[in-house]
Ligand binder design. Structure first.
Ligand code: ARG
Ligand code: ZN
Length: 843
C-alpha cells in the first residue's frame, strides 16, 4: 500500500496525443478515449498497466481490434504490440453519484472535475502520473449552454464543443466544466502584444461578485511578467466558481477551478480577509501556469517543487500589492499555528516526503508553507539577483519537463557556484530546528554562539545540522541600530560569530523577518524584549518581541496565577498610540497568541496544557488590556473610521482591522453596546461580522444572529460564516452543543465541504470547546468524520488532523481522544485516506 520515492521508475510508454469525447449524463456519462502510445526508450520493460477506478469498461481496442484487458479495482493490464499503437476505450461513469468530489462530479447541476492528485483515473483508463505528459484534444457533447475544457476553443455547434490544448501536460491538469453559467469577461494584453480573453464563470446570480477576482487576475498576469518574466501562453484563460470543492482552487491548464469561497467577492458579503485571500489564491493558481504546469513534477514526492515555489511567489505578490511587513507577520502566524504543530507531532514529514499511502494527505502546511520558507531561505542565502538568475535558468532549462528537487537545486548551484548539498536537508529532514543563542561581550567584541538541534520525528531519530540563514541586527543602548541587518550563515551544530568595533554592549535582534523557520531558544529578559518592542527597526521582530512578552505573561498567568505583565502593556500602549505606524500593523500588535499556540508553548516548556486554564487566562488578559486601553479607545476608533466608499485595499482594511480590535476591547467594557450599534449600521461584511463576533463573545447575539440569518439565508457563502462563527466564537462550555445543534439545522448540508468545515472545523478551532473535559467535542467530531468517510474521504481525512496534538494533553483527555481515534480506525470500510491519517496520529 505504501509508495516510496526510492522506487521511482519511468512509465514504459510515451503518449503522442490524447483525444477524449465526453457524452455527458448525470448517471451514465460515456468517455471515449483515443490515445497514441509509443514505447519509452528510457524505461525498463514492464507490463502495460493503466490506472482506472470506479469505471465501467464498455469497450477497449488496440489498433482497431477489440481486446479484453485484465481489470482490478486499481486499473487494467493488457497485452500490447512492441511498437507504437492506438489505444481506444469507452467507459461509463456516474458523475451524479460521485460524492468524493474527485474525478468528474456534479455540483448544483453543473459538471466539473478535480483531477489532482490522482482523480483522472476515475475518468478513463490512463497512466495517471505527472511524468506522463500529452497533448489533449477534447470534445464535450451536452445540451448545457457552457462547455469548457483546457487550452484554446475549437469547433462548437448545437450540443457540442471542442477544445485543444497545445501544451503537453500531465492528466492531473485536465479539466472539464459544463453547466448553465454566465461569464464575467475581460481582456489582457501580454507584454509581447498578445490578447487573451479572460472569463470568470459563475452561476446566474453571482455575476456581481466577479469584478474583484478579475482585477486580481490581471494584476497577477502583469506581476508575473514584470517580476519573473513569465507571460501567459494561451488565447483564453477561464476561471470557474464551484460550490462543492474539497480544497481552495486548482490550476488546471487554462481552466482554473475555484471553490466559490475563494473567488466570489462583494463588499456586502465578503470580509477584508476574504478579499485578500481571494487575491492571493487567484495569483497562486495563475502563477502555477509556469511553476507547476509548464514545469511540472516528476512524481508526487516532488509536490513542493510546484507548491512551495508557487506559495513563495504568491507571498511576494501580496507583499508587493499590500504591506510587506504585515504580510510577513500574517504568514508567520499561520506557519506557527499550522506547520509547527505538524512538524512537532506524529504527522511530521519532510518538505519532500519519502513515502505515502494516500498523496492527498500530503497537501500539508509542511509541503506548502514550509516549502515556501525553504525557497525564501534560498533567496536570502544567494541574494535577490542570483535568485532571479537561477529562476531564469530554471524556466529555460526545464520548460516542458517533469522535474525534481534535484533539478531545482542544480540550477541554483550552477547559477551561483554554491554547493547546496547541506541546504538540501531542508527537503529531507522533518522537524523544526531549535536554535540556542548565547552572547558574550569582552573587550569591545560582541559574539554570538549559535547552537542548533532538531528533535527526532517519526522515522528520523537523528538529525544533521542544517543551513540556517540567521538575519541579525544589533541595537545600541539608546535604541539606534549600530549594526544593520546581516545574514549569518549557520551551518554547524555549534558556531561562533563576532562583531567588533562596538562602543557598548549591544542588544541583538535575531532572526529578523523570520529569516529561517526555526524556534529560537534564547533566555531573554523582559526588559530586553520591551527594548526591542520599543526600538527594533525590523517590523517583524518588533511584533515578535511583543508576542513573546504576551506569551511569557500568559505563561505566568496560567501556571502561577500571576497578574498580566504591566510593563508589556505599557510598551504596547506606546506602540499602538504611535500614529506614524500603519493601522494594520498596530491591529496585529493587539491580537494575542491563539489558545492552541499557548497549548503548544506550555507543552514545549514541559507543562501539560489545561485548555480551560488557557482560556480563562486569555480572557483575563483581554479584559486587562481593554481596561488599560480604555482612555485611548475613542481616539483609536476615530483613527480607524473610514469615510470613503468601501474598498478592500490595504489602507482601508488596515483601518478596519484596527477598528475591530478597538471594538473587541470596547465590548469588554460596555458589554456589547457599541457592537450592537456597529451591527445595525454596518454596510459591509467586515464590520457586520466583527460586530457579530463581539456580540457572540458577550453572549448578547440572539437578535443579531436571527437578523443575520434573515438577511443572508439565501447566500451560501455568507451562511458558512453564520454557521462557523457560532461555533468558533462560542463559550467553550457550549461550543460542542451548539455545533451538534447546528448539524441538525435545515441548511446544514454535510455533503458540502465548506458547510461541513464551517461547523466541525469551527469546533476544532475553538480550542477549549473542542477539548471540553467530558469529551463531547471529540465525540461529535469523530461521529461526523466516520459518517463523512464513506462519502468524501479526502475532506474527512484532512480534518482528522484536529487530533494530531492529542499526546500533549492530560491523561483523561488523552484517553478520550485515543478512544475516538480508535473508533475511527475500527470503522468498517475505512478509506485509505483516513486509515493512513489515524494510523500516523496513533503511532
Ligand atoms: N494544486 C492545488 C493548489 O495548490 C491544490 C489541489 C489539491 N487537491 C487535492 N485534492 N489534493 O493550488
Ligand atoms: Zn498550489
Amino acid at each position: 500500500e505504501t509508495v516510496y520515492l526510492k522506487d521511482y521508475t519511468p512509465f514504459g510508454w510515451q503518449i503522442a496525443d490524447v483525444h477524449l469525447t465526453f457524452r455527458l449524463s448525470p448517471t451514465a456519462t460515456r468517455v471515449l478515449a483515443r490515445i497514441h502510445f509509443a514505447p519509452n526508450p528510457g524505461a525498463p520493460k514492464q507490463d502495460f498497466f493503466l490506472h482506472g477506478e470506479e469505471l465501467r469498461l464498455i469497450r477497449a481496442a488496440i489498433d482497431g481490434t477489440e481486446v479484453t484487458p485484465e481489470i482490478t479495482d486499481k486499473g487494467l493490464t493488457c497485452a500490447v504490440p512492441d511498437g507504437p499503437f492506438l489505444w481506444e476505450a469507452e467507459v461509463e461513469i456516474a458523475p451524479e453519484a460521485n460524492t468524493a468530489l474527485e474525478g468528474l462530479y456534479m455540483s448544483n447541476g453543473m459538471y466539473c472535475t478535480q483531477c489532482e492528485a490522482e482523480g483522472f483515473r476515475k475518468i478513463t483508463y490512463y497512466p495517471d502520473r505527472p511524468d506522463v505528459m500529452a497533448i489533449f484534444t477534447v470534445r464535450i457533447e451536452s445540451d448545457l449552454p457552457v462547455l469548457l475544457s483546457n487550452g484554446n476553443p475549437g469547433d462548437r455547434g448545437a450540443g457540442f464543443a471542442e477544445w485543444h490544448d497545445p501544451w503537453r501536460k500531465p492528466a492531473y491538469l485536465f479539466a472539464l466544466v459544463a453547466g448553465d453559467l454566465v461569464a464575467h469577461p475581460d481582456r489582457f494584453r501580454t507584454r509581447s502584444g498578445k490578447d487573451v480573453d479572460l472569463n470568470i464563470w459563475v452561476r446566474p446570480g453571482d455575476e456581481g461578485k466577479c469584478a474583484f477576482g478579475m482585477e486580481a487576475l490581471k494584476k497577477s498576469m502583469r506581476w508575473d511578467e514584470e517580476e519573473y518574466g513569465r507571460e501567459y501562453d494561451l488565447d483564453v484563460f477561464n476561471i470557474v466558481a464551484v460550490d462543492d470543492f474539497n480544497m481552495g482552487a486548482m490550476e488546471n491548464k487554462g481552466l482554473n477551478i475555484f471553490n466559490s469561497s475563494c473567488v466570489l467577492a462583494s463588499p456586502e458579503t465578503s470580509t477584508d480577509g476574504n478579499f485578500e485571500r481571494i487575491e492571493a489564491i487567484i495569483a497562486h493558481e495563475y502563477f502555477h501556469n509556469w511553476t507547476g504546469n509548464r514545469i511540472t513534477c516528476r512524481d508526487w514526492f516532488q509536490l513542493c517543487l510546484k507548491e512551495g515555489l508557487t506559495v513563495f511567489r504568491d507571498q511576494q505578490f501580496t507583499a508587493d500589492m499590500r504591506s510587506a511587513p504585515v504580510k510577513r507577520i500574517d504568514d508567520v502566524i499561520m506557519l506557527r499555528a499550522r506547520q509547527f504543530p505538524e512538524d512537532q507531532g506524529p504527522l511530521a514529514h519532510p518538505v519532500r516526503p519519502e513515502s505515502f499511502q494516500e498523496i492527498n494527505n500530503f497537501y500539508t502546511a509542511t509541503v506548502y508553507e514550509k516549502g515556501a520558507e525553504v525557497i525564501g531561505m534560498l533567496r536570502t542565502l544567494v541574494g535577490a539577483e542570483a535568485y532571479a538568475k537561477a529562476l531564469d535558468l530554471y524556466f529555460d532549462r526545464h520548460d516542458g519537463d517533469a522535474a525534481t528537487i534535484e533539478d531545482w537545486l542544480r540550477v541554483f548551484e550552477e547559477a551561483t557556484g554554491r554547493d547546496l548539498s547541506q541546504f538540501k536537508r531542508w527537503y529531507s529532514q522533518a522537524g523544526t530546528p531549535r536554535v540556542q543563542v548565547d552572547e558574550d561581550w569582552t573587550d569591545g567584541t560582541y559574539s554570538l554562539t549559535v547552537r542548533q538541534h532538531t528533535p527526532p520525528t517519526p522515522g528520523q531519530p537523528d538529525k544533521a545540522p542544517q543551513v540556517i540563514p540567521l538575519a541579525v541586527g544589533l541595537l545600541g543602548p539608546n535604541g539606534d541600530e549600530v549594526v544593520p541587518t546581516r545574514v549569518l550563515e549557520v551551518t554547524e551544530a555549534e558556531q561562533r560569530f563576532e562583531f567588533t568595533g562596538l562602543g557598548a554592549r549591544p542588544v541583538p535582534s535575531l532572526n529578523r523577518g523570520f529569516s529561517a523557520p526555526i524556534v529560537l531558544e534564547r533566555e531573554t529578559s523582559r526588559a530586553e524584549r520591551a527594548f526591542l518592542l520599543a526600538h527594533d527597526t525590523d517590523p517583524f521582530n518588533r511584533w515578535d518581541a511583543s508576542r513573546e512578552l504576551a506569551r511569557d505573561s500568559l505563561f505566568e498567568m496560567i501556571t502561577k496565577d500571576a497578574a498580566p505583565d504591566g510593563d508589556w502593556l505599557d510598551g504596547l500602549q506606546r506602540l499602538v498610540a504611535d500614529t506614524t505606524l500603519d493601522p494594520a500593523y498596530r491591529a496585529l500588535m493587539l491580537s494575542g497568541p491563539s489558545q492552541s499556540e499557548l497549548a503548544q508553548m506550555l507543552h514545549t516548556r514541559g507543562v501539560t496544557p489545561d485548555p480551560d486554564a488557557i482560556w480563562s487566562a486569555a480572557e483575563r488578559l483581554a479584559q486587562a488590556t481593554a481596561e488599560r486601553f480604555a482612555d485611548m479607545l475613542p481616539a483609536l476608533a476615530r483613527e480607524a473610521s473610514v469615510s470613503a466608499a468601501y474598498a478592500p485595499d490595504a489602507e482601508q482594511s488596515g483601518k478596519r482591522a484596527l477598528g475591530s480590535a478597538v471594538l473587541s476591547m470596547q465590548t469588554r467594557l460596555d458589554g456589547g453596546y457599541a457592537a450592537e450599534a456597529q451591527f445595525a449600521a454596518a454596510d459591509n461584511m467586515t464590520q457586520q461580522l466583527s460586530a457579530l463576533t463581539q456580540l457572540i463573545r458577550a453572549d448578547r447575539a440572539k437578535a443579531a444572529l436571527a437578523a443575520f440569518y434573515e438577511q443572508w439565508q439565501g447566500d451560501r457563502l455568507v451562511m458558512d460564516k453564520w454557521f462557523g462563527l457560532q461555533v468558533g466564537a462560542a463559550a467553550p462550555a457550549r461550543a460542542a452543543d451548539i455545533a451538534a445543534e447546528l448539524t441538525g439545522h435545515d441548511l446544514f448540508d454535510w455533503k458540502n465541504p465548506n458547510r461541513f468545515r464551517a461547523v466541525l472545523g469551527g469546533l476544532a478551532m475553538n480550542h477549549a470547546g473542542f477539548h471540553r473535559a467530558d469529551g463531547a467535542g471529540y465525540r461529535l467530531l469523530a461521529d461526523w468524520l466516520i459518517r463523512l468517510d464513506d462519502l468524501n474521504p479526502q475532506t474527512a481525512a484532512r480534518m482528522c488532523s484536529a487530533f494530531q496534538t492529542w499526546t500533549r494533553y492530560d491523561a483523561d483527555r488523552q484517553d478520550l481522544m485515543r478512544a475516538e481515534l480508535q473508533r475511527i480506525a475500527d470503522k468498517p470500510n475505512l478509506s485509505r485516506d483516513m486509515g493512513e491519517m489515524v494510523g500516523r496520529i496513533l503511532s
